[in-house]
Design a protein around this ligand. Structure first.
Ligand code: BYC
Length: 332
C-alpha cells in the first residue's frame, strides 16, 4: 500500500535546484504550517526526506532490537499468563518495526538498505536497548518506564506532518499503552510482594531510570536536529519538554508503587509546577551511542544471527515468486 506511486515521473527533476525550488519549498512549508499531511507522491525538500528516513529507520531498528532484552525472559516468565502476555508484547514490537520499515520505504529507501545499515553498525537505534535484563523485574521496568517514555515521545508523532509515519504511529501508540500497563502491573505485583520481590523491583528501577531519561535524546542545547524537525512538524515537542513530561507523570507512579526514584536531587518545584531532577550522565549516553554500552555488541550479534538464519526463508519466498511468475507467463 505504502509504496504505490513511488516511481511517479518528475520526482528527481523537482529535486534539482532550480528557480522553482524556492517556490516549491515555500508552498511545502505553507502546507506544513496549515497542518496538511505530506504524502509520498508530494514534492518535499530533500532534507525533509532524509530526516524522515533517518528518524523512521532508527525507530524501526529500535523496535526490532527492542525485542531482544525482553525476549530473553520469554522462556523463564514466572507463569503461563505472564509468558503469553510477554510473547504477545514482543510480537507487537516486531509488528511495529514492520509498519515503520514500510513507512520509511515510501521515502525511497529499501528494506534491504535499512537492514544493511543496521547490521553493519552504521545505523542508530535507541540507546535504551543496550542495557541488560538480569531479573524478571526488568521486564516490568521496561514496560513501565521504557514503554512509558516511548508513549510520551510517540503520541505527538501521531500528528507528524508525514502521513505514513503519523498513521503508523496511531496503531503503535495504542499497543504501547497496553505494554506500559502490563509493565506497571508487574511492578505493582512485585512491589506488593515479598521483601525480596520489592528489592528486585527497586533494583530494576535504579538501573532503568537514568537510561529511560536518556531515551528522549540529548538536551535541547545539544540536539542538532530538533529546531529543523520542529519547523517541519516531524517533532512537535523538544527532547527536554518530553523528558520533563515523563518525569512529572512517572514520579507519582513510583510513589504509588512505594518505590524510590534513584535521584537525590529530585524535588517538586511549586513555582514551575514541575519536578526538578538531577544531572544526566551524558558521557554514559555518548558511550552507548558509540557502541560501548553494556550490550551493544550482543544486540547486533543477535540481529546478524537472526538475519542469517532467516536467509533460507527469503530465498525460498523469492524462488516461489519466480516459479509463480514463470507459470503465469506460460499460461498467458
Ligand atoms: N538513542 O538531534 P537529536 C520502543 C541520536 S522503541 C540513540 O535530538 P532527533 C520500544 C539521534 O539519532 C522507541 N540515539 O535527534 C521498543 C541523532 O543522531 P544522528 C524508539 C539517539 O532525531 C521495544 C543524535 O543523537 N523511539 O518504543 O531530532 C520495546 C542527535 O539527537 C538517541 C523512537 O525512535 C537515543 N535515545 O531526536 C519497548 C522515536 N537520542 O541520527 C519499547 C522516534 C538521540 O544525527 N525518534 N539520538 O546520527 C525520535 O523521536 C527522535 O529521533 C529522538 C531524537 C527524540 C530519539
Amino acid at each position: 500500500m505504502y509504496t504505490q506511486g513511488l516511481d511517479s515521473p518528475g520526482r528527481e527533476a523537482l529535486h534539482a535546484s532550480s528557480p522553482d525550488t524556492a517556490a516549491l519549498e515555500a508552498r511545502f512549508q505553507a502546507r506544513v504550517d496549515a497542518d496538511e499531511k505530506i504524502e509520498p507522491k508530494d514534492w518535499m525538500p530533500e532534507g525533509y526526506r532524509q530526516t524522515l528516513i533517518r528518524q523512521i529507520s532508527q525507530h524501526a531498528h529500535s523496535e526490532v532490537v527492542g525485542m531482544l532484552p525482553e525476549g530473553n525472559w520469554i522462556t523463564r516468565a514466572p507463569t503461563l499468563r505472564r509468558k503469553a502476555v510477554l510473547i504477545a508484547k514482543v510480537q507487537d514490537e516486531g509488528g511495529h518495526g514492520m509498519y515503520l520499515y514500510s513507512a520509511a520505504e515510501t521515502l525511497g529507501i529499501s528494506r534491504d538498505q535499512m537492514m544493511a545499515q543496521l547490521l553493519s553498525g552504521a545505523a542508530k537505534y535507541s540507546s535504551i536497548f543496550n542495557y541488560p535484563t538480569p531479573t524478571w523485574a526488568d521486564v516490568g521496568a521496561i514496560g513501565w518506564l521504557v514503554d512509558g517514555a516511548a508513549i510520551m515521545n510517540q503520541i505527538p508523532i501521531c500528528r507528524c506532518s508525514y502521513g505514513p509515519y503519523a498513521r503508523a504511529m496511531v496503531r503503535i501508540c495504542r499497543e504501547e499503552s497496553f505494554h506500559q500497563r502490563q509493565g506497571f502491573e508487574i511492578m505493582m505485583t512485585l512491589a506488593r510482594g515479598t521483601p525480596e520481590q520489592r528489592r528486585m523491583a527497586q533494583d530494576a528501577l535504579n538501573r532503568w531510570w537514568w537510561p529511560a531519561l536518556m531515551m528522549f535524546g540529548p538536551s535541547d542545547a545539544e540536539s542538532r536536529h530538533t529546531a529543523q524537525s520542529m519547523r517541519w512538524k516531524i517533532k512537535r515537542f523538544t527532547n527536554d519538554e518530553l523528558r520533563q513530561q515523563f518525569v512529572d507523570i512517572t514520579v507519582p507512579q513510583a510513589r504509588f508503587l512505594g518505590l524510590e526514584i534513584p535521584d537525590p536531587h529530585l524535588r517538586w518545584d511549586e513555582a514551575s509546577q514541575h519536578y526538578v531532577f538531577g544531572p544526566i550522565d551524558w558521557a554514559e549516553f555518548q558511550q552507548v551511542l558509540k557502541g560501548n554500552g553494556p550490550c551493544n555488541r550482543e544486540r547486533l550479534e543477535a540481529r546478524r544471527r537472526a538475519y542469517e538464519q532467516g536467509r533460507w526463508v527469503r530465498e525460498a519466498a523469492l524462488a516461489h515468486a519466480e516459479k509463480q511468475r514463470q507459470r503465469a507467463a506460460q499460461a498467458a
